[in-house]
Write a protein that binds this ligand. Structure first.
Ligand code: DGP
Length: 112
């Protein structure tokens, strides 16, 4: 059974895609929490960060580097947040690993 994000990756569901490469895809969050709110999703359906293994190290590094590049491209490179919710108790609702990239407004710390 495909995850929601696999369906977006496979273009079975529409999304406002802002970036794609061989390893990952980025699209606008349907329920944005900031003027810029993009989800960066690996094509590999790792359910959550704690399911990643040593063999995913290069992929995770690629996601981080790509997040920084994307933030710049989206015009929030000077001040943005990258967040990963791991587990329902931390607010994860889609169990396909994704990085939230948030910016375009003052971001408080710590988040709620
Ligand atoms: P999380 O709660 O960390 O699992 O984040 C999941 C995010 O996915 C949440 O901010 C809303 C977003 N989302 C859920 N369904 C869709 C969808 O169908 N399309 C898009 N673009 N985003 C979605």
């Amino acid at each position: 059974m495909k995850t929601l994000f696999e369906k977006i990756i496979d273009k079975e569901l529409p999304a406002a895609i802002v970036y794609e490469d061989e390893h990952c895809i980025a699209f606008k969050d349907i329920n944005p929490g900031a003027p810029t709110h993009v989800l960066l999703v690996p094509r590999k359906p790792i359910p959550k960060l704690t399911d990643a293994s040593v063999e995913d190290q290069a992929l995770l590094g690629h996601l981080m580097v790509t997040a920084g590049k994307l933030a710049k491209q989206l015009g929030v490179g000077e001040a943005f947040r990258v967040a990963i919710n791991n587990g329902a108790g931390a607010g994860q609702s889609v169990f396909h690993l994704h990085l939230h990239i948030l910016g375009g407004r003052p971001l408080k710390w710590p988040p709620g």
